[in-house]
Design a protein around this ligand. Structure first.
Ligand code: TEU
Ligand code: CA
Length: 543
């Protein structure tokens, strides 16, 4: 940005770890903190600046840790607080910061606050949650849980329902209560004192909910709450903060990521991720990706936030399918398309996120229903079977969109259990680990891994990648994703062919014969033509 000094997270790349699937150090089949410590050198080699750690707090694991029963302790399956301190310190030695995942919209029903809250209406913790009086079987309203069924659960002892936008074991916190907010800020400051590098804020757009109006996202108190939290906590440190906001629009993102620092660093917005589902329906209701629309959405976010906010850049995370299966080709062109997607994403303005295994080109899986573990998948399967959907179509949806695609264990080598564990893994591995694994990638100079390493390095070296304005070209083209990044230093042409056919492109002649910074094919090829899934960045320096 022109006026303000660049922040550390503006030219860094953040790597997301889903701890239970990353690396198991003690043979119980579940990834853990000591496992992450053992793999820090691998991440250092990749070149990332921070790790976003999905939740490792004490939790009954109903939603793999997004149901927290103690924000200030580590779940024994992952280790303990001493391991956490060690992870922060060891990461710091390697210039890597640890970003904690804060789940502030809800807790576990086993959190002491909720256990107290259920004891009686006059218990001091009762008002920490969202209750409505009623009669058994007569719900307060029609709000639905993201994991199927109503968002209300009846507590007969109290004659009240509590709100849960996710599982019944994830009661929603009541942010209207100032005591809730104060407790949360104290907890955040405690983590800041431990030296964490920032926070990812789970479903942060839901905290300002107006329950009786059935407004969950973007309630009128949402931004005031975030501003208060930011003032009381984040602004006291040099942190990266990223809010997960499924409802975000460019207008709300300008508030969330206001360069004045009054709220957060940036938000995860999902508009580009929702295009291959039937509008107005659920993520399981599939349609093919409208490619031109996909580009249009990403370009809209680029132009709206240019110098007015900051974008997060991602094609995958622990809730989404593997990007190479989703947007590329996970067969013949797996390697080419994994690199192409990375080129397009890392070429944009914003902070790129790499989800574990993406740097290897890991792919989706197709299991039988008995092998899935995700609560969202299992609840949806049950509900749709009862509703009479064909099982085949349910499974198709799970193969395409199920969260477990991203949660199979990390593929470290071609040995037993892909080197993920010495014991029996908590979740089935993708059988392709014999070919797709880190050991193979590190031994192959042309691997997806080294391509990501180069992209991450380029971001540090070429300021146009951080500061340049994104100018779309060939917007109506059905095959090619193309744009130019323009800054005072240089113009950078970024091209990606999203198909397995040869595709033509038209670029300003100034780029002809200029230096290719990175490309996923061994030779230059022909100016104006892209081979299957070919991608490149071509630079013209201005001084
Ligand atoms: O996700 C929020 C969320 O809305 C998703 O659960 C979404 O409904 C689904 O994945 C896509 O259809 C966050 C976390 O990222 C997710 O893992 C948690 O399950 C959820 O919040 C509840 O904490
Ligand atoms: Ca373990």
């Amino acid at each position: 940005m022109a006026e303000t000094r660049r922040k550390w997270w503006q030219d860094a790349v953040i790597y997301q770890i889903y701890p239970r699937s990353f690396y198991d150090s003690n043979g119980d089949g579940i990834g853990d903190l000591q496992g992450i410590i053992k793999k820090l050198d691998y991440l250092k080699e990749l070149g990332i600046g921070a790790i976003w750690l999905s939740p490792v707090y004490r939790s009954p694991q109903d939603d793999n840790g997004y149901d927290i029963s103690d924000y200030q302790d580590i779940d024994p399956i992952f280790g303990n607080l001493a391991d956490m301190d060690e992870l922060i310190a060891e990461a710091k030695k390697r210039d890597i910061r640890i970003v904690m995942d804060l789940v502030l919209n809800h807790t576990s029903d086993e959190h002491p606050w909720f256990i107290e809250a259920k004891k009686g209406k006059d218990n001091p913790y009762h008002g920490f949650y969202v209750w409505r009086e009623g009669k058994e079987g007569v719900l307060p309203n029609d709000l639905k849980s993201a994991f199927c069924g109503p968002a209300w659960e009846w507590v007969p002892e109290l004659g009240e329902y509590y709100l849960h936008q996710f599982s019944v074991k994830q009661p929603d916190l009541n942010w209207e209560n100032p005591k809730v907010r104060e407790k949360i800020y104290e907890m955040i400051r405690w983590w800041m004192e431990k030296g964490v590098g920032g926070f990812r804020l789970d479903v942060i757009d839901l905290i300002g909910k107006e329950t009786d109006r059935m407004v969950m996202a973007e309630g009128k108190m949402l931004h005031p709450y975030i501003q208060e939290m930011s003032r009381e906590t984040f602004q006291k440190g040099d942190l990266v903060t990223v809010g997960e906001a499924w409802s975000a629009t460019p207008a709300s993102a300008m508030l969330y990521s206001n360069p004045d620092g009054s709220e957060l660093s940036m938000v995860f917005q999902f508009e580009h991720m929702l295009l291959d589902q039937e509008p107005g329906k659920q993520k399981w209701d599939l349609r093919s990706l409208p490619f031109v629309e996909f580009k249009k959405v990403l370009f809209k976010w680029q132009s709206s936030l240019y110098q007015k906010g900051w974008n997060s850049l991602f094609f995958s995370n622990h809730d989404l399918p593997r990007s190479v299966s989703h947007f590329g080709n996970d067969g013949q062109y797996r390697v080419e398309s994994a690199k192409m997607l990375a080129t397009i994403l890392h070429g944009l303005q914003g902070t790129p996120y790499v989800y574990q295994g993406e740097e290897l080109g890991m792919t989706n899986v197709q299991f039988g229903i008995e092998d899935y573990r995700d609560i969202e998948i299992l609840n949806m399967y049950k509900e749709r079977m009862e509703q009479g959907y064909a099982e085949e179509s349910i499974m198709e949806s799970i193969y395409a969109k199920g969260r477990d695609n991203a949660r199979t264990p990390m593929q470290w080598d071609d040995g037993n259990n892909a080197g993920f564990t010495q014991g029996s893994p908590w979740f089935r591995l993708n059988p392709n680990y014999t070919e797709i694994n880190a050991k193979q990638a590190l031994a192959d100079p042309d691997s997806v891994f080294y391509y990501y390493q180069k992209l991450i390095r380029l971001r540090k070296e070429e300021s146009v990648l951080t500061d340049g304005k994104t100018v779309p070209i060939m917007e109506a083209d059905e095959k090619v994703f193309a744009y130019i990044r323009e800054s005072e230093e240089a113009d950078l042409l970024v091209l990606g062919n999203f198909t397995e056919e040869t595709a033509a492109y038209q670029a300003p002649d100034a780029f002809r014969g200029q230096e290719t910074l990175i490309s996923n094919y061994a030779d230059e090829g022909e100016f104006g033509l892209l081979r299957p899934f070919e991608a490149k960045m071509v630079i013209v320096w201005k001084r």
